[in-house]
Design a protein around this ligand. Structure first.
Ligand SMILES: C[S@@+](CC[C@H](N)C(=O)[O-])C[C@H]1O[C@@H](n2cnc3c(N)ncnc32)[C@H](O)[C@@H]1O
Length: 282
């Protein structure tokens, strides 16, 4: 596997995904009961945005760095900026990945499991993460972890599935792993990230999710380039299953604010809409 998230950390897709993740965590914590979070493709805890790899790709410059410069006063993103420890006029050097964001938001009663295939990344996550809750990092296959650790004893919580899409059958593998997990734990919130590369590929991804016949799927897509621009990553897609109350409206507004802060005017779009109904017809 060649994928290294340090090249992409802090790009617009990371931002879109993490804003969705933080909303779902915050919504779960509106009640006192313990929650469980499983991050199946966790990466490391923090990314150094000054590292040569991050500089080389420049992706965070057009993502989180630009967003901080332009939108630090945006109230909808205040919680997200606070989690990043972003400050007005200050460039971000240390950027939290999903396990650091999850760990940072846990309460003493909550629990999280981070799974990462690359030993060096997993060890970095283990070293760097601090939390009030109980957290564990495992080196291994995230899809196998979905089988092994769901449903959780807490009964409330979320699963983030954020694979690198290096192999052609990643989508198929993710859909299979998700539908197996959903059968065992239909009450969990699932967030699954997918790249948007063209209009046709985006429609295909939506159709493949819809074909699973699972209710309560919310599409949260944010594109900063035209779908058919031929640019590697035109947009960021997030499928949220069992979205918490308020997610549709919040993400529609938050993604519009992010789009305004990052995209060039008239490029790309925001679409936050239900893909499947509350109940499937029998
Ligand atoms: C997109 S990155 C994750 C980013 C992270 N979730 C975040 O938001 O900060 C994908 C990660 O999955 C890891 N990975 C690839 N295949 C995996 C597998 N089968 N199981 C677990 N991790 C895997 C890669 O090493 C990489 O660190």
């Amino acid at each position: 596997m060649n994928y290294k998230h340090i090249y992409h950390a802090g790009n617009f897709a990371d931002v879109a995904k993490h804003v969705g993740l933080m909303y779902c965590l915050e919504a779960l914590q509106r009640k006192d009961g313990a929650i469980f979070a499983l991050d199946s493709h966790a990466g490391r805890g923090f990314y150094d945005l000054q590292a040569p790899e991050a500089h080389k790709s420049g992706e965070s410059e057009h993502g989180i760095q630009r967003l901080i410069e332009t939108s630090i006063d945006e109230p909808l993103l205040a919680g997200y900026f606070a989690a990043l420890r972003a400050r007005r006029g200050k460039r971000l050097a240390r950027y939290p990945g999903s396990p650091a964001l999850i760990a940072g938001s846990l309460r003493t009663q909550d629990r999280a499991l981070f799974v990462e295939l690359m030993p060096a990344e997993a060890r970095a996550a283990e070293r760097e993460i601090e939390s009030q809750g109980r957290v564990r990092t495992e080196i291994g296959d995230g899809y196998a972890a979905l089988k092994a650790f769901l449903p959780p004893e807490e009964r409330r919580g979320l699963v983030l599935i954020d694979p690198p899409y290096e192999s052609l059958d990643e989508l198929k593998q993710m859909l299979q792993a998700f539908s197996d997990a959903y059968r065992r734990w239909p009450g969990g919130i699932y967030l699954m990230w997918y790249p948007i590369r063209s209009a046709a590929q985006r429609s295909m991804v939506h159709a493949r999710f819809e074909a699973l016949g699972i209710p309560k799927m919310l599409v949260a897509d944010l594109a900063i380039h035209p779908d058919d621009a031929g640019i590697g990553l035109a947009g960021s897609g997030l499928m949220i299953v069992n979205p918490p109350y308020g997610a549709d409206e919040y993400l529609g507004d938050a993604y519009t604010a992010i789009h305004k802060g990052i995209a060039t005017p008239d490029s790309g779009y925001v679409e936050v809409a239900r893909l499947t109904p509350e109940r499937m017809a029998q």
